[in-house]
Design a protein around this ligand. Structure first.
Ligand SMILES: C[S@@+](CC[C@H](N)C(=O)[O-])C[C@H]1O[C@@H](n2cnc3c(N)ncnc32)[C@H](O)[C@@H]1O
Length: 203
């Protein structure tokens, strides 16, 4: 089974915590490289293009690829990392790009250090990971008019109910992007796509 097939076959937070504990050390050097992983760059660009600002919460931050892309695009605002996996957060912390590192499960009510003007996420709303109910837990911590930029794997957009959940929020922009680039070594997933959902929290 490929790395990706293993990740897509997960069944919720306990499975995720186990897999990412094992994956953390090689995630950047193997998974991201071998799959020509583009999604964090697409989410960072969408957030910046739509006027996103901080403080930012990076949801399912993993090893910090999304925040690295935000920094590369000139974002100097504070960014906090939230992830279920302490091992992934440990990798992220080594990059020195986050203010707070928060180990938490977004399918549960959250206790966070501040309100956020930006909430971003790349690769967390996907097969076997997190469904749309978690969005309400995040919205509890959004400042008035906060910009959300959240990727959703196109393969679960309808089946997990993201379409209805986003319809209820109204005024959501959807950008379709490739998750992996032309250099991916996993042809079975070369055409996988994500929708980046962008919306403003009410004032
Ligand atoms: C595919 S990785 C994406 C990491 C990073 N955002 C990126 O694009 O490289 C998915 C991340 O979501 C985290 N995750 C999965 N379920 C979660 C949950 N219920 N709460 C918080 N984080 C979760 C995993 O630990 C993992 O780091």
């Amino acid at each position: 089974m490929s790395d990706l097939d293993e990740a897509y076959a997960l069944k919720g937070p306990e499975d995720c915590a186990r897999l990412y504990a094992d994956w953390a050390a090689s995630y950047d050097s193997e998974f991201a490289v071998n799959n020509d992983y583009l999604l964090p760059a697409h989410v960072a660009a969408a957030f910046r293009t739509h006027g996103g600002s901080g403080p930012v919460l990076d949801v399912g931050a993993g090893t910090g690829l999304l925040a690295q892309n935000l920094r590369a695009l000139g974002n100097a605002d504070p960014v906090d990392a939230l992830d279920l996996s302490p091992q992934m957060l440990e990798r992220a912390s080594q990059k020195g790009i986050y203010d707070h590192l928060i180990a938490a499960d977004i399918t549960q009510p959250l206790s966070l250090p501040r309100l956020y003007a930006g909430i971003v996420s790349s690769g967390t709303f996907t097969h076997g990971h997190v469904g749309p109910d978690a969005l309400s837990n995040l919205e509890q911590h959004a400042a008035p008019h906060a910009l959300f930029a959240v990727s959703i794997n196109a393969g679960v957009f309808r089946s997990m109910g993201f379409d209805d959940a986003l319809d209820r929020r109204g005024n959501v922009t959807l950008l379709e992007v490739p998750i992996y680039g032309p250099a991916t070594r996993d042809p079975a997933h070369a055409d996988d796509r994500a929708l980046i959902a962008l919306w403003r929290h009410p004032g």
